[in-house]
Each structure stands twice: as structure tokens, then as C-alpha cells.
Design a protein around this ligand. Structure first.
Ligand code: CMC
Length: 435
């Protein structure tokens, strides 16, 4: 029997001649990683990787992405299969607990989520402190953060029962908080959750119903939202998820850690892009202006980027964007928005960009945010609420990662190192002697 050569990587420090052999961690899918944990201790060396281009920050069993082939798996299941056959709460269960639920498990999970959808009446008073034109993401950051003050006695990150309770509370309450943020911005009364409705039906009801007249949830809108939420539910170690992990790694209050994730998601390079895409399409306005915007995106001296294009991991079509693009045709038609000029403009923009050398050379394809806003718009959701929709869907991903991290025996506080490039040690100069 031939002995299998151990998978290792050897690092040679050419300035000292010292070398070190590092073990390689072999994943189920994806590139191998060499384990540098002993590097500083043994060699006095740090690795330098701004933006984490080549650094795996953790082991995870939740989501896998193959960016070259455009594959996205949640717990091993292709996202397109889940989007077609599953529901958001079923996927939420899968992400949190690793397996698809049985019918009984799903019913009991749904029951727990709906029974956590109400918010404490005192939470409602936070909304009135916000000016009517506050961005709903700013309100979300403030109000979700405030939950840490309401549940401080039952959010022990080391207690598995309280961890679960926190996850269920956040998934239940995030739609109620989102609905209230919108109602506050338009000056309408808050709508309480209704346990008889589905997760997305409940959200639509809290966004659009008014006490003065009956409101019927449109099943097409309900299903479209559910599918969008499935597609946005998790995306492994993206900026907001890594933020939740980093914030939570100090055993911080989990509501506060998730709030940090919301803040990170809001950035236009991340979840904030869906709002920016719509603004960009409106600014382009007409097919005749597309080339001007493409030229601006290519100009190194212009900070403008084509919003909804490009991705750190996908170097081909984002599988979520492909599904949403297909959904657009169907949903816009069913909701009576067929021929939406902004959708035609988006299709044309994609076509022109994907023929351009600049985008081809850099593997810049439409991402999840390019078409999602067009569906939200057709559902009557205002542009400023788009990133809130993303935050609702991603809450389960953040929580799945937080649960995974907190139950990991290797878990310790995350504390990156740095390469210091500032002033050398120097003497203090008294104020009167400074020139
Ligand atoms: N328009 C024009 N040029 C771009 C774009 C774009 N949208 N995206 C990347 N590039 C260029 C970039 O200038 C760079 O060119 P060069 O090599 O000549 O310097 C090259 O492509 C590589 O870009 P990068 O910024 O080094 O790539 P990154 O992995 O750091 O950034 C990104 C990824 C998503 C932040 C970026 O593509 C971007 O800003 N896209 C627009 C915003 C967007 O749509 N964000 C949503 C991302 S998907 C959903 C989510 O994560 O929430």
C-alpha cells in the first residue's frame, strides 16, 4: 500500500532562510486552504491580504459558491431548485439547522416565527424619534439595535436555547420593523402582524394595508417576494455576514451584532446596490444614453460604476441574477407591468455591457441586485425600501452564521493583524516648540 503524501504547503522566508511546512485544509468543494495559524508563532510572519482576496476566515457548512461556474448551494442544495420548489421559511430552517424540515418540523418552526412577529409596544416609540424622511435602512439600524435593550436577559450567546430564541425573534420581528419603517416614512398608521398570513403575505399586509379598507394579499406578489427572499437568504462570508461574525465573536449581544450586519449591508458596494441600480436606470432614462454611462463606468478618473455589475466571487453569471431576470418577465407580466421601460432599458444595458471588452476582460456580469429592484418596484415597494427587503431575507443567513460560529469549539474573538506603515517612534514636541 502506498502511503498518501500529506497535503502541505512549505513557506520559505528568503531573508532568513527559515522554512515552515503548513497543513492544508481540504474542503468538500472549492479551493484548498493552507492553515497559517502557527505562522506568526513559528516564523514571526504575518500574511497580508487586504479585502480578504485569498483568506478563508472560518470553516462553514452552510453555503457553497463556485464563482467560476456560477454555482450556489445552500446546505448542498442548488439555490435554483430551492427557489422553484421551496418556501422562504423552509429554506430558513435549512440554513439554520442543516436539513430540510419534515412537515411537522416546518409547522412548529412557522408557529415559533409568527409568535415572535409582534414588537414590544415601547419599540414603536423609537420610530417617532425619526424624521419622516429618514432612510428606512437608518431606521432599521436604530430599531433592530434597540432590541438588544429589550431582550438582554434572554440573549446569552453561550446558551443554545437562548441562541435559538434570538434567531426566531429576529426572523419574526424583522418584517414588522420593516413594515413600520415604511409606514413611518409615509405617515400611515403601523399595521400589526397577522398570524393567519404567510411570512411574505404578512410583510405585504404590513406594508400596504390601511385601517380604512380591506386589503387582499396578491398571491403572485407573495410568491415573487418569497422567491426573492430565498435567493437573498445567504451568501457565505460576504461583508455583512463577516461583520456579524466579527461583531459576535466578542460574545456581543446578538441583536447588536446583527445590527452591525445591517449597517454593512447598506453600503452601495453590497446590498445598497439594488437601490442604486434603480436610480441609475432612471438617470439613464433612454437607450440613447446607455453608451455614455458605460463610458463613464470604464473611465478610471470617474468614480461611477455600473451598479448591479461585478462581484468579488462570481466571475461568470451570478446564478441568482439569472433566475431573477427570468422572474422579471413573468412577474411583470402577471402584475400588469409588462413592457416596463426600465426593464427593457436594463436588458439593453446588460446586452451592451456584455459585448464590451472592458466588462468581458474583467468578468463583470450582472449580479443579484441588477434585476431585483425591478420586481420590487412592480410589487409597489418604493426604491428606498429595496435594501430593507435584502436585509429581511439575509437576517436568516446572518443568524445561521452566528449560530454556527457560537457552537464552534475553535471559536475565539476575531482580531485581524496589520502591517504598520505609519511614523517611526519619535519624540514628543511641546506645542510652543512646534513649527
Ligand atoms: N463598473 C465598472 N467597473 C467595475 C465594476 C462596475 N460595476 N465592478 C468592478 N469594476 C472594475 C474595477 O474598476 C476593477 O478594474 P481594474 O482592474 O481596471 O482596476 C475591476 O473591475 C475589479 O474590480 P474590484 O473593485 O477590484 O472588484 P471587487 O471584487 O473588489 O468588487 C464589487 C466587487 C461588487 C464591489 C464591484 O464589482 C462593484 O463595485 N460593483 C458595483 C456595485 C454592486 O453592484 N454591488 C453588489 C454586489 S452583489 C450583492 C451583494 O454583495 O450584496
Amino acid at each position: 500500500m502506498t502511503e498518501r503524501k500529506q497535503d502541505t504547503v512549505t513557506i520559505i522566508d528568503n531573508s532568513t532562510g527559515r522554512e515552515m511546512t503548513l497543513p492544508v485544509v481540504t474542503p468538500v468543494h472549492g479551493p484548498r486552504a493552507f492553515d497559517i495559524r502557527g505562522l506568526y508563532r513559528e516564523m514571526g510572519l504575518l500574511s497580508y491580504d487586504p479585502g480578504f482576496m485569498s483568506t478563508a476566515s472560518c470553516r462553514s457548512s452552510i453555503t457553497f459558491i463556485d464563482g467560476n461556474q456560477g454555482i450556489l448551494l445552500y446546505r448542498g442544495y442548488p439555490v435554483e431548485v430551492l427557489a422553484e420548489k421551496s418556501t422562504y421559511l423552509e429554506v430558513a430552517y435549512l440554513l439554520l439547522y442543516g436539513e430540510l424540515p419534515t412537515a411537522e418540523e416546518l409547522e412548529s418552526f412557522k408557529d415559533r416565527i409568527v409568535h415572535h412577529s409582534m414588537i414590544h409596544e415601547s419599540v414603536k416609540t423609537f420610530f417617532s424619534g425619526f424624521h419622516h424622511d429618514a432612510h428606512p435602512m437608518a431606521i432599521l439600524v436604530g430599531v433592530v439595535g434597540s432590541l438588544s435593550a429589550f431582550y438582554h436577559d434572554s440573549a446569552d450567546p453561550h446558551d443554545p436555547v437562548e441562541r435559538d430564541l434570538t434567531a426566531h425573534r429576529l426572523i419574526g420581528k424583522i418584517i414588522t420593523i420593516a413594515g413600520a419603517s415604511y409606514k413611518h416614512s409615509i405617515g400611515e398608521p403601523f399595521v400589526y402582524p397577522n398570524n393567519a398570513l404567510s411570512y411574505c403575505g404578512n410583510l405585504l399586509n404590513m406594508l400596504f394595508s390601511v385601517p380604512a379598507e380591506p386589503y387582499q394579499v396578491d398571491p403572485v406578489a407573495e410568491r415573487a417576494l418569497d422567491m426573492l427572499f430565498i435567493l437573498h437568504a445567504d451568501h457565505e462570508q460576504n461583508a455583512s455576514t463577516s461583520t456579524v461574525r466579527l461583531a459576535g465573536s466578542s460574545d456581543a449581544n446578538p441583536y447588536a451584532a446583527v445590527t452591525a450586519g445591517i449597517a454593512s449591508l447598506w453600503g452601495p458596494a453590497h446590498g445598497g446596490a439594488n437601490e442604486k441600480v434603480l436610480n441609475m436606470l432612471e438617470e439613464i432614462g433612454d437607450e440613447s444614453n446607455i453608451q455614455k454611462f458605460i463610458d463613464r463606468a470604464k473611465d478610471r478618473n470617474d468614480p461611477f460604476r455600473l451598479m448591479g455589475f461585478g462581484h468579488r466571487v462570481y466571475k461568470t453569471h451570478d446564478p441568482r441574477a439569472k433566475i431573477i431576470r427570468e422572474m422579471c418577465h413573468e412577474v411583470l407580466e402577471k402584475l400588469g407591468h409588462a413592457g416596463d421601460p426600465l426593464f427593457d432599458l436594463a436588458l439593453r444595458l446588460e446586452e451592451i455591457a456584455l459585448r464590451d471588452e472592458y466588462f468581458l476582460e474583467r468578468n463583470l456580469y450582472p449580479n443579484v441586485d441588477f434585476y431585483s429592484g425591478l420586481i420590487y418596484r412592480a410589487l409597489g415597494i418604493p426604491t428606498q425600501m429595496f435594501t430593507v427587503m435584502f436585509a429581511i431575507a439575509r437576517t436568516v443567513g446572518w443568524l445561521a452564521h452566528w449560530l454556527e460560529m457560537m457552537s464552534e469549539p475553535e471559536h475565539r474573538i476575531s482580531r485581524p493583524r496589520q502591517v504598520y506603515v505609519g511614523a517611526e517612534r519619535r519624540e514628543y514636541v511641546p506645542l510652543e516648540a512646534r513649527r
